[in-house]
Design a protein. Structure first.
Length: 202
């Protein structure tokens, strides 16, 4: 069709890749949605506003933004929201990824919000050339109960750990009326060097 005109082939190839990427994005959003919501009279749990990983996952060159894990309930005893952007219960690798403006919110008698950007409950999160910023974890409790916010950017619980290299994790936030841990990072972290982390305190 284009003969010896190589640019034409490259343009068509590029357009096909863009169309394929948009199709994959539409399918993922259709399956996972951009919001995980839980509602229960006893305990409610919402994990992974954009992505819920139970096996092994690699995210390359992607932006995960504007997602919410909402564990709020009506009169429930305890509610949990984990991973506004990503919830991971297995190995997770991030390369050239951006997580921005994701939220974990939970309100109940006891509201627990973990990992506005990422919450990992097991496995190793390996991040290279990755940015996590402006994510938040907000737990709200009633009087006599309590709200806990953990790891506004990234929270690591249980056996989970983070191997961080050449990455920026800053400007994330936590809120809660009972306890707060790690605005930017909370959990076991190993640095491969060349990182900028705002506030990693537990």
């Amino acid at each position: 069709m284009f003969g010896d005109f190589a640019l034409g082939y490259h343009v068509v190839n590029l357009l096909l890749h863009v169309a394929n990427s948009l199709l994959v994005l539409a399918i993922v959003r259709r399956i996972a949605g951009d919001r995980a919501i839980a509602d229960s009279s006893n305990e409610a749990e919402a994990n992974g506003g954009a992505i819920y990983n139970q096996e092994s996952l690699t995210v390359i060159g992607s932006t995960i933004s504007g997602n919410t894990a909402d564990g709020s309930s009506f009169g429930g005893f305890a509610t949990y929201a984990r991973g506004g952007g990503i919830y991971s219960a297995g190995p997770l690798t991030l390369s050239n990824a951006t997580l921005v403006d994701n939220r974990s919110t939970s309100a109940g008698n006891y509201g627990f919000a973990d990992g506005g950007g990422i919450h990992a409950s097991s496995g190793t999160v390996t991040a290279r050339n990755t940015t996590g910023a402006l994510n938040s974890a907000a737990g709200t409790g009633v009087p006599g109960g309590g709200g806990i916010g953990v790891g506004g950017g990234i929270s690591l619980l249980g056996s989970a750990s983070l191997d961080l290299g050449n990455s920026l994790i800053c400007g994330n936030s936590i809120s809660g009326d009972a306890a707060l841990m790690g605005p930017d990072l909370s959990g076991a972290v190993t640095s491969a060097g060349f990182n900028l982390v705002g506030d990693p305190t537990d």
